[in-house]
Write a protein that binds this ligand. Structure first.
Ligand SMILES: [Zn+2]
Length: 131
């Protein structure tokens, strides 16, 4: 599975969590390093607080951000893992076995070009006027 994949709900959550954890760990590491020296201790303490804050923000973001996308539930034909796949994803790696599978967007893309939105909306307006 590619390292940067944002195609399933789990992947989006994991990626944000991973980046957040690394950034927080880096800031905390520098903060602890500075705190050891007496002169830079205030700056080190500030960085430790900042690192804890970044870690918390990353954790909250990993819970909230996946909610901004729309998903389709798809079952992997190989390992039967249930994947929450983004509607726009054409191809995605299975959360369970990592195999490459066709996403919801693969056929949706073709469907939408055949069914433009215009007439549909106009029909809806007509129905509204008639009622
Ligand atoms: Zn699978």
């Amino acid at each position: 599975m590619p390292k940067t994949a944002f195609f399933t709900r789990k992947q989006i959550r994991d990626q944000i969590m991973e980046v957040g954890t690394w950034v927080a760990a880096a800031i905390l590491g520098v903060g602890v390093g500075l705190s050891i020296t007496v002169v830079l201790m205030p700056a080190g303490m500030g960085l430790i607080v900042l690192g804890a804050f970044v870690g918390t923000v990353g954790w909250v973001a990993s819970l909230l951000v996946p909610g901004f996308f729309r998903y389709q539930t798809m079952q992997c034909p190989y390992c039967h893992e249930i994947n929450q796949v983004r509607l726009t994803a054409v191809e995605y790696g299975c959360d369970g076995c990592g195999r490459k599978l066709r996403g919801a967007g693969f056929w949706r893309r073709g469907k939408e070009s055949r069914q433009p939105r215009g007439p549909k909306t106009r029909l809806a307006q007509k129905v509204k006027q008639g009622a």
